[in-house]
Design a protein around this ligand. Structure first.
Ligand SMILES: *Cc1c(COP(=O)(O)O)cnc(C)c1O
Length: 227
């Protein structure tokens, strides 16, 4: 069942890319496995899925120990600075850096581990009081500060728009995130990458996010089922 879902999502990603003349290989699928047992990750991995998304750091740590060693884990939840040590040791990418304090804590732990980490800046593109993420108006300042931290590579932006019933209503938020990344990119503020990554779109609206430029989509329910 998981294998069928992954196949179907990959076809839908390819179709969305084709529609707007983008290359399929420029879009990564993150299978959001939060609250599902590691057995489901193993099943998805056997079906060809490599990248997994988790939103609790301890849960990610446990699963990473039990998952195939070449499975890749993106952290997509709210990260407290006091969890930065585990995150620095465990994650392959952190998509949710939204404040300097967290960046600094990560940088210090990465330094001690003698490694670097790819991160995204989470932007609260809808100025939604219930969502974390830096305000759009403060993203540039945060990016400049994070660029000074030698162990952190800022690879792009991530967002979770306000919840809406009609996926079309997410489109303006996806457009806003893309315009923001283009603006920052023109200013040369993503020196670590050739082109910034855009992580946006979930089960209900990833096809629209791809039309608007997503390079990473985070899909949970449509792969693993209801949580
Ligand atoms: C849970 C979650 C997802 C996946 O949502 P689905 O609607 O189940 O696809 C994507 N991104 C983040 C940040 C999440 O927490």
């Amino acid at each position: 069942m998981i294998a069928d879902n992954i196949k179907r999502i990959n076809e839908q990603i390819a179709n969305a890319a084709l529609k707007v003349h983008r290359r399929r290989e420029d879009i990564k699928l993150v299978a959001v496995s939060k609250r599902f047992p590691v057995s489901q990750i193993i099943e998805a991995y056997a079906a060809g899925q490599i990248i997994f998304g988790e939103n609790y750091i301890q849960e990610m740590q446990t699963k990473k120990e039990q998952a195939p060693t070449s499975a890749i884990f993106h952290f997509i939840g709210h990260l407290q600075s006091n969890k930065a040590k585990i995150a620095a040791a465990t994650c392959d990418m952190i998509e949710t850096v939204d404040r300097l304090k967290l960046g600094t804590a990560l940088n210090n732990h990465l330094q001690a581990l003698n490694k670097t980490m790819d991160v995204l800046i989470q932007v609260n593109i809808g100025n939604d009081v219930k969502k974390s993420g830096v305000k759009s108006s403060e993203a540039e300042e945060l990016l400049i500060r994070l660029n000074d931290l030698p162990r952190i590579r800022v690879c792009g932006l991530m967002t979770m728009p306000p919840f809406v019933d009609d996926p079309e209503l997410s489109r303006p938020y996806f457009q806003k995130l893309r315009l923001l990344s283009e603006k920052l990119s023109r200013k040369g503020l993503f020196p670590a990458v050739e082109k910034p990554q855009l992580s946006m779109g979930m089960s209900s609206d990833f096809h629209i996010a791809i039309e608007e430029g997503a390079t990473i989509v985070r899909v949970g329910t449509a792969i693993f089922g209801e949580r």
